[in-house]
Design a protein around this ligand. Structure first.
Ligand SMILES: C[C@](O)(CO)[C@H](O)COP(=O)(O)OP(=O)(O)OC[C@H]1O[C@@H](n2ccc(N)nc2=O)[C@H](O)[C@@H]1O
Ligand SMILES: Nc1ncnc2c1ncn2[C@@H]1O[C@H](COP(=O)(O)OP(=O)(O)OP(=O)(O)O)[C@@H](O)[C@H]1O
Length: 318
């Protein structure tokens, strides 16, 4: 029996611009993605049978083929049938800490962890680029989750260019337990409201995607200018989510008034994050939100930007 334990961290979007629509129904994006330390723990245990089993600490999550971690294992089994036959199936245990449907790529990160773990368990030896290509079949955010850290993401969100990770930036995450935003709904609503303003010409699209590389946010990251990183946060999906979810808009306003470097909704929401220059500032922001919004359904987490993606914590064999 072999087992691997991996950490599966969440991401936030420091920048998300929607450039245009795509013939496949997706959107062309210019994003800056960033991992944070808040993470799930994934345990993989080999089975003597050719089964894929999922267990999770959160009863809300599916354990069948609707779970992205299951889909990742099924993809590996289909791509590498000989390894699957030789090493047997796998039991996947998901110790869930990342909130679900929160814009934090929790499911995507779990899928990335299964790809990385099974590559090791089945001794396949895939490169990071090969893992990312497989990951893109599972979802737009999954390739980034493999190496994590800080990266520019263009195309559907899966064309990645790494950036240096800013150090010592603390993050307060806030999410209402009862508010879950569907990513597909957010993009569809954006398209129906703002689709007419999209870039249609392929050349313009390419130059807009390239522009993110020389943007003020990238410059702020490269120069580790915390103030500017906070100032340049951007997310086009706020334009559709905030008007439809007034509590999320109110939470964002409360963060803004709490004196942080900057605040923004992550991905398609409903999580709002605040960047803070120190742990003590983050604790103060957390405290101020608790006193200004006496809402029992609001969860808050204190975490930190992180420079790594999926990591193996331990492994055993006998
Ligand atoms: C909002 C973000 O999390 C920001 O990082 C991502 O763009 C979404 O990533 P994800 O959840 O991995 O997305 P997918 O599972 O690939 O797609 C979910 C849905 O989002 C929409 N979608 C996603 C990515 C993209 N570039 N354009 C889209 O329009 C599609 O309607 C799709 O049906
Ligand atoms: N392993 C998993 N962890 C979390 N959600 C999962 C998982 N597998 C499938 N899902 C389903 O995926 C949906 C989105 O969950 P997830 O937490 O990944 O959303 P998200 O953080 O908004 O993702 P993203 O930021 O990539 O859009 C939920 O409806 C959930 O039931």
């Amino acid at each position: 029996m072999r087992s691997y334990t991996l950490t599966s961290p969440a991401k936030i979007n420091l920048y998300l611009e929607i450039l245009g629509d795509r013939p496949d129904g997706y959107h062309e994006l210019a994003m800056i993605l960033q991992t944070v330390e808040l993470a799930d723990k994934i345990d993989l245990r080999s089975l003597s049978t050719e089964d894929i089993r999922v267990r999770t600490s959160n009863p809300q999550l599916p354990t069948d083929n609707k779970n992205l971690a299951y889909q990742a294992a099924a993809l590996m089994a289909a791509e590498f049938p000989e390894a699957f036959a030789q090493y047997g199936g796998v039991e996947i245990n998901i110790d869930k800490h990342i909130p679900i449907a929160a814009g934090l790529a929790g499911g995507s990160s779990n899928a990335a962890a299964v790809l990385v773990g099974l590559d090791l368990m089945w001794k396949i030896g895939l490169t990071q680029s090969e893992l990312e290509t497989l990951a893109s079949q599972l979802g737009s955010d999954v390739p980034f989750c493999i190496a994590g850290g800080t990266a520019i993401a263009t195309g559907r969100g899966d064309d990645l260019s790494p950036l240096p990770s800013p150090e010592d930036i603390y993050v307060v995450l806030g999410k209402y337990r009862h508010i879950e935003v569907s990513t597909a709904w957010a993009y569809q609503t954006y398209r129906s409201q703002f689709g007419s303003s999209y870039v249609v010409n392929k050349q313009d699209l390419d130059s807009r995607a390239a522009a993110v590389h020389s943007s003020s946010m990238v410059s702020a990251i490269v120069h580790e200018d915390k103030e500017q990183i906070g100032q340049k946060l951007h997310n086009d999906l706020e334009k559709v989510v905030l008007p439809n979810y007034p509590q999320v808009a109110q939470l964002r306003q409360a963060f803004q008034q709490a004196g942080c470097l900057g605040t923004m909704m992550s991905g398609s929401g409903s999580t709002v994050f605040a960047l803070c220059e120190s742990q003590s500032q983050a604790k103060q922001v957390q405290q101020q939100i608790r006193t200004s919004l006496t809402e029992p359904n609001l969860d808050l987490w204190l975490t930190r930007l992180c420079s790594t993606g999926i990591q193996v914590l331990s492994s055993t064999r006998d």
